[in-house]
Design a protein around this ligand. Structure first.
Ligand code: NDP
Length: 288
């Protein structure tokens, strides 16, 4: 029997724990974790993501400061804002919602964020720390995916994990996290020959491709755990809905556990952002 991993319930539980932690920080240390969220431009999806993040912060007692900037904002002005947020000791976390408009170099933006405030975990210093096993900010989606995976498979040592996708924000950090857990890790991508054969060897299959229903039932080893990171909007019979990168209905019977979309990894990403913001606030408080 295959278990559906309830990411929403897991994220709610984590948020409850974090709410208590924020309350304790306020009462014991007079410390209120604070995140600055920067949004440049008019991308409708980004506006929804930022709204959800800010709402979640409020629910947990984390202070949030929103900076909305015009689509025409120059890179120089954005970097100046980041520099001022880096200097502001009341701000513990900085998140620049991606994508930024095309005339702005996102690498330069991410590099400008103080790594100790980089709650998305995208700064090369944090990626490097993850690669060599040093403490640092871990990107939220892979961190949340790992938490869900461990909820059904606490011992990962020796398992063969196959990750479909090699992006800097999901595939690569996920691979590094699973290596830390002593998995044998294979990453496949658009140039991989015979992806299906690699997937069929996976005890743990992580899909982060961005193609609806990409992973088919006959690619999945019986009893595998499948983590579907994909969020794809499709229109069927005139109705729009979200689906993952995994052909869920067909794949589920082959698995021992699987995350649904929506309600799987998605809710964990925001919960882990809050987790990182609180960790950043505590670390900065200790150093002050
Ligand atoms: P990217 O587009 O950055 O990366 C996609 C990866 O998939 C690339 O490595 C690409 O390979 C690979 N790929 C594309 N086509 C194929 C193919 N035909 N065969 C094999 N591999 C292929 O996407 P992200 O990593 O940012 O996101 C992946 C998915 O996860 C998306 O659906 C996104 O919406 C979702 N997502 C969900 C989050 C959440 O909170 N749940 C957060 C972030 C993302 P190559 O490198 O060779 O081009």
């Amino acid at each position: 029997m295959s278990e559906i991993i309830d990411g929403k319930a897991f994220a709610d539980q984590l948020s409850e724990k974090l709410t208590k932690e924020v309350a304790a920080l306020k009462s014991e240390l007079s410390l209120q974790p604070c995140i600055a969220v920067v949004l440049v431009g008019d991308d409708p999806a980004s506006h929804v993501y930022v709204k959800n993040k800010v709402k979640r912060c409020e629910q947990l007692g984390i202070r949030s400061i929103e900076h909305r900037m015009e689509e025409s904002t120059s890179q120089q002005d954005l970097l100046a804002l980041i520099a001022s947020l880096n200097e502001n000791s009341d701000v513990h976390g900085i998140l620049v919602q991606l994508p930024v408009p095309e005339h702005i170099d996102d690498k330069a933006v991410l590099a400008a964020i103080d790594p100790t405030k980089d709650v998305d975990g995208f700064h090369v210093q944090n990626m490097g720390a993850l690669a060599v096993g040093e403490p640092g900010m871990v990107p939220c989606t892979p961190l949340g995916s790992l938490m869900l995976l461990k909820s059904v498979l606490p011992e990962l040592s020796g398992k063969h994990a196959v990750i479909v996708g090699r992006s800097n924000i999901v595939g690569k950090p996920m691979a590094l996290l699973l290596l830390q857990q002593h998995c044998t890790v294979t990453i496949v991508h658009s140039r991989t020959i015979d992806i299906e054969a690699h997937c069929r060897r996976a005890d743990i299959l992580v899909a982060a491709v961005g193609i609806p229903h990409f992973i088919k039932a006959d690619w999945v080893k019986p009893g595998a755990v499948v983590i579907d990171v994909g969020i794809n909007r499709i229109v069927e019979d005139g109705k729009s809905r979200l689906v993952g990168d995994v052909d869920f209905d067909a794949v589920r019977p082959k698995t021992s556990a699987i995350t649904p979309v929506p309600g799987g990894v998605g809710p964990m990403t925001i919960a882990c952002l809050m987790h990182n913001t609180i960790a950043a606030a505590k670390a900065q408080h200790q150093q002050s």
